[in-house]
Structures are given as C-alpha cells and as structure tokens.
Design a protein around this ligand. Structure first.
Ligand code: NI
Length: 140
C-alpha cells in the first residue's frame, strides 16, 4: 500500500461566531477570530490517497485526475470566498477550520470516482504555521 499526497492552496475568509452564544461568550470563546468583519487565511490543503501501485501505470492515482477532481469540488468552491456566507457546503455551520476540514473530506468522499482503485486516506489543512488540522477517513 502506498500513500500519495498532493498539495493545493486556497485563500478564504471566516468569522468564528455562534448564534447560540452571547456577544460576550463569543468574544470569550473565539477571541479576535470573533471580529465582526472576519479575517482571512492562505490555506494549504493536503489530500492523501492510499492504494496499490497499478502495474500498468506505475502509479497509485493519476495526479492530473486528482487535481481536476479537487479543483472542481474544493478549490473552486472555497478560493477567495467568505466561508460564513459563500460556501454552500458550510451553510449554517461555524466555519472553523475543523469544520472546513470535515466538510472538505465529506465533499471528496461523496463523489469519489468508483473506478479509482486508490481511496481517500486523509486530508490535512494548514491554517497558519501553528494551526494544522487533519482528518482520517477511518476515524469518522
Ligand atoms: Ni481564522
């Protein structure tokens, strides 16, 4: 079994805010991330797939096909968007990067081409140098 990881980049804005909490509770919980006008990140997304090397191609997956798939389903939906208001898959949710990571995983899994022998293994999102979020498919 071999794991292949490909990197993608997108920029997006968010404001961390819960409608269920008071202004003071939101400020306490989310700090400066609760700023009413939001803030942005240059996200680095790593998509890892796992599978056997196909003897006819010598590859686990076609990077070009994976690029096309991730671009259409993720990058085009998230890049230069406000995640509170402009990303349908996040509607009604608090767009923390934890939630974005789970949502991105769900979006990738839900349409995963049946003729790909490689499966989605995990995704990792670097929000800042110090904040890194990772989902593993088996764990959910
Ligand atoms: Ni943030």
């Amino acid at each position: 079994m071999t794991r292949f990881t490909r990197r993608y980049r997108f920029a997006a804005a968010h404001r961390l805010h819960s409608e269920k909490l008071t202004a003071a509770e939101n400020a306490e919980l989310f700090g400066k991330c609760n700023n009413p006008y939001g803030h942005g990140h240059d996200y680095l997304l790593e998509v890892s797939v796992c599978g056997d090397v196909d003897p006819s191609t010598g590859r686990v997956i076609s990077p070009a096909q994976l690029d096309e798939y991730v671009k259409a389903r993720i990058v085009d939906q998230f890049d230069h968007r406000n995640m509170n208001t402009e990303v349908p898959a996040l509607a009604g949710r608090i767009p923390t990067t934890e939630v974005a990571a789970e949502t991105i995983e769900d979006l990738l899994i839900s349409d995963w081409p049946k003729d790909w022998s490689a499966r989605l293994d995990k995704i990792r999102i670097y929000e800042t140098k110090n904040n890194i979020f990772e989902t593993t498919h088996e764990a959910r």
